[in-house]
Structure formats: C-alpha cells, structure tokens
Design a protein around this ligand. Sequence first.
Ligand SMILES: [Zn+2]
Length: 259
Amino acid sequence: MSGEGDHRKMTRVGGDDAPRRSETVFVASKENVAKANQQRLFAGLAWLVAIGLQVYAIFFILLKPPVQMGLLIGIIAVNLVLALVGSWLWKKANRLDPASEANPTKFFIQNQLGAIMAVLAFLPMVIMIFLNKDMSGKQKGLAGSVAVIALLIAGIAGVDFNPPSVEQYTDQIREVEDLTGKDFVYWTPSGTRYHLYNDCSHITSARTTEVFEGSVAQARELKNITELCQRCRDRVLKEKEAALPVPEEMPVEEPVGQE
Ligand SMILES: [Zn+2]
C-alpha cells in the first residue's frame, strides 16, 4: 500500500493506462461446455479402448507363447492411432472449455492428460516386451522399438505446449476490449495472430484468400491463435491518439497504409 513516505519507485510496465475490468472473467458458453464434454467423452473412450487392447496384448499375446509378432505390432499401431485421436480431441475440448490456473495440479493434469494417457497406454506393454522370456532377442528388439517409438510419438503429441487457461483468455479478451471496445477480431486460416482491422496489411495480401471474424476465444478454439497483431495494436493506439482533441490546430492527416 503506497502511503506517505513510501520509498519505492513505482514503474508501470507496458505503459497501458487503461483500467482492468476485474469483474469480467472469461466463462465458456454452455454450448461450448457441452461440446467440450462430448469431445472429452470420446477421448476417454479412445484411451479406454487403447488400454483394453494393451491388457489383451500383455495377457493373450506376450504371456501366451509363441508370441504372435504380427498381432502384437498391429495392436501397437491401433493403440497409437487411438492415443493420437484421444489427445487431439482432449486438447480441442480444453480450448473450448479451458481450465483455471488457480489450481496448478488440476491445471497441469487437465492440460497434459494426453501425454499421461500415452504413457499409460504403452509403458506397461514396453516393460512386458523387454521382460519377456519367450521372445528372441531379435523379436524383442523389433517389438520393443516399435512400442517405444509409439510411446514417444503419442507422448509428445499429447503434451499441450501452450495450454489454454481461463486467466489467459480473460487477459486476451480484455486486451482487445481495452483497445477497440469490443471482443471482435479477424484471422486467417494459416495465420498465427488475430487482427483488429479487416484491412490490416497482413491479411489483405494476395496470399490471403479467406478471413474469419469472431471473438478472441473463437480464434483460439478454431486455430489456437493466442497473439494480437502488433501492427493492428499500434494502429489503434495511433488512431486513439489522433482522436484526442487538439486545442490549437487540427492534426495533419497522414496517408493511410504507409509504414
Ligand atoms: Zn493486423
């Protein structure tokens, strides 16, 4: 609390004087929560089938010599597809209905569950392959390396390197609202940023054939875009500055579209 005699030097970071509206925290729509729950259900089913197949592979292939190599590798391949579909659906669901950072453990588990399930769907099988006494060294090498590669692919694909959170959505929406007054942005199918102006030069080039428009959360849900275009941001700030009343003379109009 800064009272009299406060010795601290206060530095405002970012230079943004706009007040933060703490009362508006991002809440996923009912429709999106329902969609997310459905995707989570299908992800859970995919993981359940993968783990079921693994149990089958352990008890009915690896522990029943002679080990049927073709069937074993086939099951690993199917498990990989199931694990990838599961984590893809899971991540989509988290973007529709993100977790809160308030509980770090829950936040970590919810966002990285795809990677955790990949380990559960492959690691026991990998261990059972290498401990197997009925397989030749060559068989172990082949089945073991296929299973380890599948584990690595599923594990890395399951990690969410940019996990969505309620807090992040709230900050992003506020940033746009503070600049333009509304939660409305533009983005392209291949873009990595959302824009405040439909005629931003980044999205008006010949390469751009399609522009989406919608809320900040929709840009995240559909394309996983988390960044605001710097050029659009600068332009809003410049226009706001130009709109301020100038007492002596009118501001000189600058040509539009120049760098
Ligand atoms: Zn832009």
